[in-house]
Design a protein around this ligand. Sequence first.
Ligand SMILES: C[S@@+](CC[C@H](N)C(=O)[O-])C[C@H]1O[C@@H](n2cnc3c(N)ncnc32)[C@H](O)[C@@H]1O
Length: 262
Amino acid sequence: MSKPHAPSPLAYALDGREIDLLHYIYSHPDLPSLRNNPPAILAAIDTYSHTHNPLMNIGATKGAYIRDLIVAHRPQVMIELGGYVGYSAILFGAALRAAGGTRYLSLEQNPEMAAVANQLVDLAGLKDVVRVVVGSAAASLRELVADGEVRAVELVFLDHWQELYLPDLWLMEELGVLVPQTSVVIADNVVMPGAPQYLEWVRAGCAEKRGLLESRKREKGWEARGLRPRPGLVYQTVVREFETQFGRDGVAVTSVLGAEDV
Ligand SMILES: C[S@@+](CC[C@H](N)C(=O)[O-])C[C@H]1O[C@@H](n2cnc3c(N)ncnc32)[C@H](O)[C@@H]1O
């Protein structure tokens, strides 16, 4: 069978395992015990990932760390870039709802993954809080801001492809939704596989960022992106490292402290 419209499978994902996960969950010997039970669904996904095919979910260890950040920050709305099969949307959406929040926006480019996520979010009983938005994160962010659905980022979780972390952060800077003393940006996989340009930016001071932009502007094709980063935002970044199923990794937590350009 030809699949002219689907993205090419990767060595570790998008090769049919995500649909197999859905069959695994829906043929669970005690399916009723999974209904409206986010921890049980997450445990079933973890079991599948450990015993059948590894899945690129945030996983239990890093997930617990980010869940604690949600409890501490108590956002009304949280956004994630890269939803995959819905593991983080279920874990963080449930935590957000328990902490009094109202909306978890999961931006996922791949409609097949979004469909899997929607099924699992529904099974978890989280449809009232989690909305899976299909499309590139950049296009969805622009629409959410234009529609007035997102005015200021409270918590945002970057977990799509690492090379997109910096351009999509720059987009949020340009859209004016990163607000001092309010916005916190969490980024996964900053150690493995790593996101060096992103880390360089969120760790740099304002003058250093202006210098970085000057040198980037000389790179061919960069200006064609049409992005307008805001180097005057003052960030503070902490990287927390973890041992995971796949090796050592890290999560970067960046707080927006102030703005030198207002
Ligand atoms: C590492 S997985 C996300 C894992 C998920 N956050 C979790 O922990 O359960 C990365 C996902 O990002 C999606 N993705 C890649 N590029 C994207 C983009 N530009 N916009 C939105 N999603 C994207 C991929 O399709 C994939 O499903």
